[in-house]
Design a binder for this molecule. Structure first.
Ligand SMILES: Cc1cc2nc3c(=O)[nH]c(=O)nc-3n(C[C@H](O)[C@H](O)[C@H](O)COP(=O)(O)OP(=O)(O)OC[C@H]3O[C@@H](n4cnc5c(N)ncnc54)[C@H](O)[C@@H]3O)c2cc1C
Length: 445
């Protein structure tokens, strides 16, 4: 017992961050800039594969602020817009970010996450964050009297370390470190899908600037993403419902993905000369939310708090934005405890804002009436510009889109009233799609 106690390295810090993905590597440098001693624990070693490769225009001002804009530009494929391809309409519709309400954010990037996340974690180190890679947080004990927490971690060489921290940030992504321990993570009852994805070389791209556009292809059992990245790599993912996942039978996930692609002729055409270049992976039941995003001396950022669906490529933006607002709130908690409650209340409202705004569209995007809205967009009451601003992730600033977004929703509800049979069939189909079904164990994450 005595020997064991001696072997543990004990240290102290102001803020201990669990997870070195976009959320953790954003909150950490903003805190060192404010003068705190910050430690990030990352169980993997960068560069490491991660899914989530299509970024949003609203990410770019943040890259400027963090001083990494040039590095991201060097690895990023310029994405000027998002294309939706519908077999039900036999056509494609392209939305250009340059047409959004705020014309100053005309494009985003698509990035390989191993490269992007490496830029983020090295940037954190440069800004004075103490980063430990290959170091997995294993346990946390919150101390009485509001005096912080002890976090225990295991390094991949077998060493054990322990930090006494004034504040703990959970940025562990889908591992949901704290939400699991507190048992506050819940499957989202309004959404339920899975994804199977891989990288291809030789996929057919559009000409000119549109070569970097993300394409969303709807198909009978969900939708596909087509994300062009640098060096002729294209990420392809099939997002589908549990009932369809169950039909996998004896097929491996690579075969299942290929069979799905064959069911979507417009995508199959763009992949006819393409070759799979990495191992196909699958992620299941990715829609969840935690009951709370903070408590005494801790908070949950990015995917460690909630994740809904990748259709609007909002995950990285929401994770990094949570890092920015998290750093502000933690600073107030540590510097002016008397104002902590108000700061955390504001943090909570901002954390809920993103998932709420995106989920209204996410829950309806496979509905036939909503598909019509996407395929034949009209700009009455500037609803198209406002929708484009949402697609660009411009939902946290001062862009005055909200009246037009409300009009969009009103028009959508009116369309449902005018077409009750289609509305009912859409509602019935959605309930069928999202119901939980026992699926064979095919997931990596
Ligand atoms: C199928 C799918 C497709 C997606 N596509 C997109 C997209 O196109 N665009 C987009 O913006 N988003 C997309 N996302 C979402 C995006 O991947 C995430 O929202 C984003 O990565 C969240 O960042 P994060 O920092 O919260 O978590 P993560 O990026 O997951 O980072 C968490 C980090 O914590 C580490 N960690 C976990 N547990 C521990 C521990 N105990 N100790 C130490 N370290 C730990 C992990 O190794 C990881 O590096 C997609 C998600 C899915 C599931």
């Amino acid at each position: 017992m005595e020997q064991q106690a001696k072997d543990i390295e004990r240290q102290e810090c102001d803020v201990l961050v669990i997870g070195g993905g976009p959320a953790g590597t954003t909150v950490a440098p903003f805190l060192t800039e404010k003068g705190y001693k910050v430690v990030v624990l990352e169980k993997a070693r960068h560069p490491r594969f991660h899914i989530g490769e299509s970024l949003l225009p609203a990410n770019l001002p943040l890259f400027e602020r963090m001083g990494i804009a040039e590095e991201v530009k060097a690895i990023g494929m310029v994405k000027p817009g998002a294309e939706f391809v519908s077999p039900h309409h036999d056509m494609a519709q392209c939305f250009e970010f340059a047409d959004a309400w705020d014309k100053s954010m005309p494009y985003a990037y698509q990035v390989k996450r191993d490269e992007f996340d490496t830029i983020l974690i090295r940037n954190a180190e440069k800004k004075g964050v103490e980063v430990h890679e290959g170091c997995k947080a294993k346990a946390v004990d919150f101390l009485p009297d509001n005096s912080g927490a002890i976090v225990r971690a295991l390094h991949d060489d077998g060493r054990e370390s322990e930090w006494k921290a004034r504040f703990v940030v959970d940025a562990s992504g889908r591992d949901t470190f704290l939400a699991n321990r507190f048992q506050i993570k819940h499957r989202n009852p309004k959404h339920n899908s899975s994804a199977i994805y891989g990288h291809f070389a030789g996929a057919k791209r559009h000409d000119g600037q549109a070569a970097g556009n993300i394409t969303i292809f709807w198909f009978e059992h969900g939708w596909f993403w087509f994300i062009p990245m640098m060096n002729d790599t294209t990420s392809i993912g099939m997002v589908t419902w549990p009932y369809y996942m169950k039909t996998i039978g004896d097929r491996n996930i690579e075969q299942f993905l290929m069979d799905g692609i064959a069911m979507c002729p417009a995508l199959a055409e763009r992949l006819k000369d393409a070759k799979l270049v990495n191992k196909v992976e699958a992620t299941g039941n990715f829609s969840y939310v935690s009951e709370r995003n903070h408590g005494q001396n801790y908070m949950l950022l990015g995917d460690a708090y909630a994740f809904i669906d990748p259709v609007f490529s909002s995950g990285v933006l929401l994770a990094m934005n949570s890092g920015v607002i998290g750093a502000e709130a933690i600073d107030t908690c540590l510097r002016e405890p008397a104002r902590a409650a108000a700061a955390l209340k504001r943090f909570d409202a901002l954390m809920k804002h993103g998932p709420k705004e995106f989920s209204w569209f996410i829950y309806r995007v496979t509905n036939p009436i909503m598909r019509d809205f996407f395929m034949y967009p009209k700009n009455i009451f500037r609803v198209k510009e406002a929708l484009l601003s949402v697609l660009a992730g411009d939902i946290f600033g001062k862009t005055p889109i909200w009246r037009s977004i409300l009009m969009f929703k009103v028009l959508y509800y009116i369309a449902n009233i005018i077409q009750p049979k289609r509305a009912f069939m859409g509602w019935k189909r959605r309930n069928f799609n999202i119901r939980p079904v026992e699926v064979p164990a095919v997931y990596n994450a």
